[in-house]
Structure formats: C-alpha cells, structure tokens
Ligand binder design. Structure first.
Ligand SMILES: [Mn+2]
Length: 426
C-alpha cells in the first residue's frame, strides 16, 4: 500500500495548527541557544526497527484476541512495515524471526523491501520452542543443554539463521536464550554457563567478520528459579568470552522492578559493549506494554544516558541497533507501533535538549538540586511538535496515527486479508 499522496493532503490540512505549535517551541529553544534544525536532523536520522512478531496481535497463555487483517506471510509483514515507514519515516527496517519468517525467494523479498526503502535489521534465532520437524527437544535447554547432540542442533539452527540473514543482507544475529531451571538443584550453574559460552563461541566462529552477535538477557521467564543469562553482567561475560563482535542487548522489559536501567546502559557504553536496545514498557516484568506508557521519566533518564554516551567522542561504543520488542493483546498492532515510535522520538528529542556542559558543571560542583532540576526541566518540555516537524520534513505524516485512522487502513487490511488471518509465527 502506497499512501504518500494521502499523507501530504493530511499534512496540508493541518499545516496552520502545526506551525503554531512548532514555532512556539522553536522560539523557546532558540532563546536557550539550541540549534533547532540540528535537533530535527538528529530526530530524522533516528530509525527504529520493527520486529515481524509485533505486526500481529500478541497473546498470553490464557488467550489471544486478534482484530483481523494480520499479515499472513513475510511479504505482507514487509507491506505493513512499509506502511509504518511511509507514515513516520522512522521505521526503515524489519527484524526477522527464524523459523517464522524464512524467506522462500530472497531476491523477491529484497526487491519488495527496496520498493519501500526498507532493509533487514537482525535475524533472531528461536530455541525457546520445539518445531514440528525437529529431531530433539529443547525442554531442558538448548545451547546450555547437558546433551551435546541437543546443543549441536541449537548451534546449527543459529548458523542457519546467519545463512538466511546473509541472503537478505542482514549483519546482526540476536540470541535470546530461554534456557534455565525451575527448581533448585535442577541445573549446575557453572557448568550450564560454560556449555552456553562454548556453544555461543561455535556460532560466533560461523559468523562473517562484519557481523555482530547480540546477546540478550532476562531475569526470569520462561523459567522461574534461574535463567542461564539473567542479567547484563552474564551477557557481558559471554561477550568477552566469544569475541569483540559480540555485544550486550538491553531489553527494557527484562529487568526486575526498580532496576536502575539508565546506569546499566551507561556502564555498557563505557565498556563499548552495548550493541542493541529493545523498546517496550512494563509495570511488573516483561509485560510487553507500549514504550513509555508506565514510567516515562525513567525512559527519559535512560535516553539521557544513551545520548550522553553517543555524543561523547571518548566513548568507543558501536552504533546501536534500536528495535521495538512488544507484542500485546488489546491495541491494533500497527497503531501501537506508531504510538511506540512517537514516544521513542519525543523522548529521544528531550535527551537531545539536555545542556551537557551545564549539567557537567553542576555535577562537578556537587550541586545536586541544579543537576536534578536541569533534567526535570527538559523532561517537562513538550517535544511533540519537533517530532512532527521532523516527520513532515522527511515526507512523513505530522500525525501518523491520525492519518492511519482517517484512511481506515485496518478496515482495508481486513477486507484484503480477512477477519481471521493470523500472523505467521503467532
Ligand atoms: Mn527483547
């Protein structure tokens, strides 16, 4: 679906209101000595990958309530991300899940991506469930398993993911392991770590030199006594074990309540080991809620640390792979993705407004109140018009969800794909 004419028509209709809001914030920032167009260029350049599994309605172990019109194939998933990118100009890549998204005809997939100006972000392996054609079971683990044959099967699957990724010009393999234990005594912690490290090293050896391996951590679920990779320290140790192209992946939802995530990202960037970031929101755990919906101030503080490190030439951290990783039950998935990207961009924009020289002086002088108030003042700044201006300048919609609704896109998708279509993999 190509909708750029409709987007321009909608932008024209709302031009005066947008100009009023934008000129207001631009004037305030200019008075503070901020180069507004420079901020807008940075917002335009910020791109967040869309995972293929967020395009359908997520479920819980109790049920799933799809709204219809879900993408039935990899091709239709690309169509959906193409639609999002036309609307916000900030979703220029798609993250694949193997085996849910195995490309049958890579050449055709690549030309479809090209038509929308999209690329493939990362390929994500899946050893957290058994596939119907699989010889051995992952019930008691994959890369950490006590049985060498099962570890080898999981290693081979990850290498197959790399091959699928190569065919589509991806350069990132993301590994999230569901391995762990449910009861004390079930698993030998040190041996399980060592087997995992050796399995990851085998996969790393099969990876091209210009690829990155992202190692994600999670404190609990699906296992509830121990996870083999529960925290950033374990991920970091595994990265050091396998090689320099292995990086830690931080997923916002993969922390216990009240964890200081902003300090974790600062630490990892200081070590040059933060490779990727997954956006979502949570109240209790890995709730898969919309980014920024529950703790917007913490989200800003995290972005503040990310931007601080990205703008510091002394920090030798590679560019980050940004991705939304959320899939829930109650919203139209495409509307939720548009909303997530808007939250991400408005918060990123706030972090760009922090006067780091003034903050550094307050920190140096131990002026606690001045440092805190500087951050609170920026957090209270309404950056929505900056993000709308960036999208408009890039050819997208100033109000992506408004356009999506005005065009009745979900209704069109239901008419085309049916009320009961289910996204592959869900
Ligand atoms: Mn994740």
């Amino acid at each position: 679906m190509f909708i750029s004419e409709n987007i321009q028509a909608h932008n024209d209709k709302t031009r005066a209101t947008h100009a009023f809001h934008f000129l207001h914030i631009a004037e305030i920032l200019t008075q503070k000595g901020i180069d507004v167009q420079d901020v807008i260029e940075k917002i335009k350049a910020f791109q967040v990958a869309i995972p293929s599994w967020a395009l359908g309605t997520g479920g819980t172990r109790f049920g799933r309530f799809p709204g219809g019109g879900e993408p039935r194939s990899l091709e239709e998933k690309i169509d959906d991300v193409g639609l999002l990118h036309q609307l916000n100009r900030s979703s220029d890549s798609i993250s694949l899940h193997i085996p849910w998204d195995i490309p049958k005809d890579p050449t055709a997939v690549k030309s479809r991506l090209q038509a929308y100006g999209l690329t493939i972000d990362s390929v994500n392996s899946n050893t957290f469930q058994d596939q119907s054609d699989q010889a051995l079971s992952y019930k008691f683990g994959s890369l950490c398993h006590t049985d060498a044959a099962i570890r080898q099967q999981a290693i081979d699957h990850n290498i197959a993911c790399i091959e699928h990724g190569k065919a589509l010009d991806s350069k990132v393999l993301t590994v999230w392991l569901a391995d762990g234990s449910n009861f004390p005594g079930q698993q030998h912690f040190r041996r399980a770590w060592q087997r995992t490290a050796e399995s990851l090293a085998d996969i790393y050896q099969a990876m091209p030199a210009d690829w990155t391996m992202l190692i994600e951590y999670k404190p609990y679920e699906p296992h509830f006594y121990s996870m083999v990779i529960p925290d950033w320290g374990t991920s970091y140790a595994l990265c050091q074990y396998v090689g320099k192209n292995a990086q830690v992946l931080v997923d916002l939802g993969h922390h216990l309540p009240n964890t200081n995530i902003e300090q974790i990202v600062a630490r990892l960037m200081h070590f040059g080991r933060l490779g990727g970031f997954h956006f979502n929101g949570s109240m209790y755990g890995d709730d898969d809620l919309t980014t920024g919906s529950i703790k917007p101030y913490q989200f800003f503080l995290i972005f503040n640390e990310l931007v601080d490190a990205m703008e510091d030439p002394a920090v030798k951290n590679p560019p980050l792979a940004w991705m939304i990783d959320a899939s829930h039950n109650t919203k139209d998935p495409l509307e939720d993705l548009l909303q997530s990207v808007q939250h991400i961009l408005t918060t990123y924009a706030k972090a760009l407004l922090v006067d780091r020289a003034v903050l550094a002086i307050a920190q140096q002088n131990n002026d606690v109140l001045a440092a805190e108030e500087l951050l609170r003042d920026v957090f209270a700044t309404d950056t929505r018009a900056l993000v709308a201006e960036a999208a408009r300048q890039a050819g997208g919609a100033g109000d992506p969800i408004g356009v999506y609704r005005a065009l009745g896109i979900r209704k069109q998708l239901i008419e085309k794909r049916g009320k009961k279509s289910v996204a592959t993999g869900l």
